[in-house]
Write a protein that binds this ligand. Structure first.
Ligand code: NI
Length: 189
C-alpha cells in the first residue's frame, strides 16, 4: 500500500495533456493500485494519473453506493473501474450539482455535466471495454477525463467556489426550507 502525493491546483502538471498508455506494464499496475489506495485514503470517488504527477491517460473510479444499513455489499452493485486511455463517445441529458476534487481539497463548486455518459477504454488486462454510466458515475467519468486533458472543474464552475463547511451549511438550509414548505403544505391540506 502506497499513498501518493496529490498535486494541488496551481501545479503545472495539472494543466498538461496526458499521453496514451501503449503497454500495460507491471509499473502501470502498481501505479493503479497506489492510485486506488490514495483515492480511498482521501475519501474521493475518482483519481486521474496527472493528479499524482504521472502524465498518462489512466483514471480510477469507485462510485459504489454504500450498502443499506445492516446488509452486506453486493458484487453487482460495485461501480469500481480502471480506465486506460478512456474516450467519451456519447453523452446525453444534463445534471447540475456540486463537485469537488482531490486536487483542490476542502472546496466545492457547481458544475453542469451530462447525466449519461458512454466511455470506451482499455481495462487493466488489456481488454476493450464500453461502459455507460449515469448520475454520479457519469459526473466522475467527465471530471476524470477532463484531468487527462489538463482541465480542472474550477474552469467549468458556475458561480462561486465554496468551502465544504459552507456547502454543508447550504445543504442543511435547503433541507430545512424543504421541510418548512412541506409542513406549510400539510397545514393547508
Ligand atoms: Ni479532480
Amino acid at each position: 500500500m502506497a499513498i501518493l502525493n496529490v498535486r494541488q491546483l496551481g501545479d503545472e502538471v495539472l494543466k498538461k495533456k496526458c499521453k496514451p498508455v501503449r503497454m500495460i506494464t507491471p509499473r502501470i499496475r502498481q501505479l493503479v493500485e497506489d492510485m486506488f489506495d490514495t483515492m480511498y485514503e482521501s475519501g474521493g470517488v475518482g483519481l486521474a494519473a496527472p493528479q499524482v504527477g504521472i502524465l498518462k491517460r489512466i483514471v480510477v473510479i469507485d462510485c459504489t453506493p454504500e450498502p443499506e444499513p445492516g446488509t452486506e455489499p453486493k458484487e453487482e452493485d460495485a461501480l469500481k473501474f480502471v480506465m486506460i486511455n478512456p474516450v467519451i463517445t456519447e453523452t446525453s441529458g444534463e445534471q447540475t450539482g456540486y463537485e469537488g476534487c482531490l486536487s483542490y481539497v476542502g472546496m466545492s463548486g457547481v458544475v453542469t455535466r451530462p447525466d449519461q455518459v458512454t466511455v470506451e477504454f482499455t481495462g487493466l488486462d488489456g481488454e476493450t471495454c464500453t461502459l455507460t454510466g449515469e448520475g454520479l458515475l457519469a459526473r466522475a467519468i467527465c471530471h476524470e477525463c477532463d484531468h487527462l486533458d489538463g482541465i480542472m472543474y474550477t474552469q467549468k464552475v458556475e458561480g462561486e467556489i465554496i468551502t465544504n463547511e459552507e456547502l454543508e451549511r447550504r445543504l442543511e438550509e435547503a433541507k430545512k426550507n424543504e421541510e418548512n414548505a412541506m409542513n406549510a403544505e400539510n397545514a393547508e391540506a
